[in-house]
Design a protein around this ligand. Structure first.
Ligand code: FDP
Length: 337
C-alpha cells in the first residue's frame, strides 16, 4: 500500500504541532474554510439543475450586479463562522459593512475577509471561479482593524472551482495545494511548499479595456507581444475572467496578471479590491516566490482607507513584475531583457 494521503485537516493539525504556543484557533478556522469550500462547490455543481444561476436582482456596494451564487456563497461563508467563537467579524465584497458575530466569553482573535465568488461573469457559463479569503488578527474589534497593510495577514488563500476543486493557502510557511476528492469528501495534499517559476511566458489582462489604460500600461503589454525570441517574447495571452484562475495558472507556469487603472470605464484605481482580493493573492504569490506591485509599491505594503478600496495591480513571477516596475518608473534603457 502506498503512503496514506494527507488530508487538509491532518496537514493543518500537524503544522500546528510545530508551533507549541498555538491555541488551535487558526487551524480550526482554516478547516472550517475547507468545509465552506465543499459546500460552495456543491452549490456550483447543481446550479443549472436547481436554477440558481443568473442575477439575484440586486447590486453590491460598488454597484455591480450580484448573481444568486454570489449571494449564496457569501451566506455560506458568513454562516461558516457563526459558531465556535473563532472570528469576531467578517468583511466581504458582497457586504457594505462588516458582519459582527455574537461575542463569546472571550473575544475571538481573528477577523476574516473574503470575496465569496471571484470571476462572477463565469458563473452562468460553467467557467472557472474562486473564493478568496484573508485572515487577520482582531485588534480593537472595529473596521479600523482591517484598514492596515497586507503584511498583517496571518493566513490567506483561495478555493478554485475548476475541473477540480483546489484549496490553496499559506499561513506564512509556504503555499500548499489540496485537491478535493469528492468520493470521500476530503481535500488531499497535492503540492507542498509550491515554488512558482521566476519567469513565465503568459500574461493575463483584459485588453478590451486598453483605451482606458495609461501610456505606460499600453507600452508594457505591447512589449510583451513583440517577437524577440532571445528574451522569450512574444508572450501568450491567457485571460479567463477569474483572477483566481489566472493567478493559479501563473503560480504553476509563471507569467503576469494585470488589472491596471482604467479611466475609460470609470475605474481610476482599476477593479481589484485591496483587502479581499489583492492582499490575499499577493500574500500567496509572495509565499511562492513571486511578487505583487501597484507599479510603484509592494501590494502588501498598501493600507487602504476604506473597506472596498481598489488598487491597480500587477501580480506574478518576480522577473515580469520587475520588468513592469521598470516600465512604470520610465527606464527605457533597461526595459528589454
Ligand atoms: P469579477 O468578475 O468577479 O468582478 O474581482 C474582479 C474580477 O472578477 C477578476 O476576478 C477578474 O479578473 C476581473 O474582475 C474581470 O473583470 P473584467 O470583466 O473587467 O475583465
Amino acid at each position: 500500500m502506498g503512503a496514506a494521503p494527507v488530508t487538509l485537516d491532518r496537514f493543518i493539525l500537524e503544522g500546528q504541532q510545530q508551533h507549541p504556543g498555538a491555541t488551535g484557533e487558526l487551524s480550526l478556522l482554516l478547516m472550517r474554510l475547507g468545509v465552506a469550500g465543499k459546500r460552495i462547490a456543491r452549490e456550483l455543481a447543481v446550479a443549472d439543475i436547481r436554477r440558481t444561476h443568473g442575477s439575484a436582482g440586486t447590486e453590491n456596494v460598488q454597484g455591480e450586479e450580484q448573481k444568486k451564487l454570489d449571494v449564496l456563497a457569501n451566506e455560506i461563508l458568513i454562516e461558516t463562522f457563526d459558531y465556535g467563537g473563532l472570528v469576531s467579524f467578517a468583511a466581504s465584497e458582497e457586504l457594505e459593512e462588516p458582519h459582527v458575530y455574537r461575542a463569546g466569553p472571550e473575544p475571538a482573535r481573528y477577523a476574516a475577509l473574503f470575496d465569496p465568488m471571484d470571476g462572477s461573469s463565469n458563473i452562468d457559463v460553467n467557467g472557472t471561479l474562486g473564493t478568496i479569503f484573508s485572515i487577520r488578527p482582531r485588534r480593537e474589534g472595529s473596521e479600523a482593524d482591517l484598514l492596515r497593510a497586507g503584511t498583517e495577514q496571518v493566513a490567506a488563500g483561495y478555493i478554485l472551482f475548476g475541473p477540480a476543486v483546489l484549496f490553496v493557502y499559506s499561513s506564512g510557511d509556504g503555499v500548499h495545494v489540496f485537491a478535493l476528492d469528492a468520493s470521500i469528501g476530503e481535500f488531499l495534499l497535492v503540492r507542498r511548499r509550491l515554488e512558482m517559476p521566476r519567469r513565465g511566458k503568459g500574461y493575463a489582462v483584459n485588453e478590451g479595456r486598453r483605451s482606458g489604460w495609461s501610456e505606460t500600461d499600453r507600452a508594457f503589454v505591447e512589449h510583451l507581444k513583440e517577437p524577440d525570441p532571445s528574451s522569450g517574447r512574444p508572450y501568450s495571452t491567457r485571460y479567463s475572467g477569474s483572477m483566481v484562475g489566472d493567478v493559479h495558472r501563473i503560480l504553476l507556469e509563471g507569467g503576469i496578471y494585470l488589472y491596471p487603472a482604467d479611466t475609460a470605464s470609470g475605474k481610476p484605481s482599476g477593479k481589484i479590491r485591496v483587502l479581499y482580493e489583492a492582499h490575499p493573492l499577493a500574500f500567496v504569490v509572495e509565499q511562492a516566490g513571486g511578487r505583487a506591485s501597484t507599479g510603484r509599491e509592494r501590494v502588501l505594503d498598501v493600507a487602504p482607507r476604506s473597506l472596498h478600496e481598489r488598487i491597480p495591480i500587477a501580480i506574478g513571477s518576480a522577473d515580469e513584475i520587475a520588468l513592469y516596475e521598470r516600465f512604470t518608473a520610465g527606464q527605457p534603457s533597461s526595459k528589454s531583457r
